[in-house]
Design a protein around this ligand. Structure first.
Ligand code: PXP
Length: 251
């Protein structure tokens, strides 16, 4: 089990608020700087095809001005591949993208899309970018990620986050099994989507998860108590759950 669980802070929705006015404030790069000071281990930003939040200039500034590793979320398109190869972020997470969706509404179909994805994974891996695939916690998707040669997978936690009391435990178990299989397959395993103070603990306790990427809740919570305090509290909840899980294992 990994001792330290990394927290990647997704700053997309700082840009969403900025873009609502079409001015420069609030600046997502300032948020990234604050996130670094508050204990984030990485910055995640999704450059969407429609540029609804993060802009090309944001990616440029994040690459140039922020010391934390940048995780660029991107669709598997030639336009995004060119941008990734230009900036060479620390990591690139390939996500599915539909224009009409409000957010990334499900995992990438790595299994059905192996032929399409292969070139994107290959070219970015060759360029030294740590490629991850944002997939549902399913065996077929994990095995495809392995076949594609992606070193990392990120498990979509949306079904867990949205589950009611009857399905919550089953969804958590799906994540646990997928994380265990990822480790067996030699894949580094991350998770994210819909995580909050209320639901992060059981996910943080899952052995083999090494990184959580969290955005919407943190930016929303920052309205009430500030970004620094939201990130510190999330970090503390993650660390506490991980420490308890480690303690239970050695007991
Ligand atoms: N990970 C990935 C790959 C994502 O696309 C997103 C945003 O949908 C997140 C994590 C963060 O999700 P949220 O904003 O719900 O915390």
């Amino acid at each position: 089990m990994s001792q330290k669980l990394r927290l990647g802070v997704n700053i997309d929705h700082v840009a969403t608020i900025r873009n609502a006015r079409g001015i420069a404030h609030p600046d997502p790069i300032r948020a990234a700087r604050m996130a670094a000071e508050a204990g984030a281990d990485g910055i995640t930003a999704h450059l969407r095809e429609d540029r609804r939040h993060i802009s090309d200039e944001d990616i440029e500034r994040l690459s140039d001005q922020i010391d934390l590793p940048l995780n660029l979320e991107m669709a598997a398109t030639d336009e995004m591949l060119a941008i990734a190869l230009q900036h060479k972020p620390h990591a690139a997470c390939i996500v599915p993208e539909k224009r009409e969706e409000l957010t990334t509404e499900g995992g990438l179909d790595a299994h059905g899309g192996e032929n399409h994805l292969r070139r994107y994974v290959d070219e970015m891996v060759k360029a030294g970018i740590r490629v991850s695939l944002f997939i549902d916690p399913e065996e077929s998707q994990l095995r495809s990620a392995r076949r594609l040669g992606a070193p990392v997978v990120e498990l979509h936690t949306g079904c867990y986050a949205e589950a009611g009391p009857e399905t919550w435990e089953a969804e958590l178990e799906r994540l646990r099994r997928a994380a265990a299989l990822a480790a067996d397959l030699g894949l580094e395993c991350h998770a994210g989507h819909g995580l909050s103070y209320d639901n992060v603990g059981p996910v943080a306790a899952i052995p083999n998860l090494v990184e959580l990427n969290i955005g919407h809740f943190l930016i929303g919570e920052a309205i009430f108590g500030g970004l620094d305090s939201a990130i510190k509290r999330m970090r503390a909840l993650m660390d506490q759950a991980r420490a308890e899980a480690l303690g239970n294992r050695s007991a």
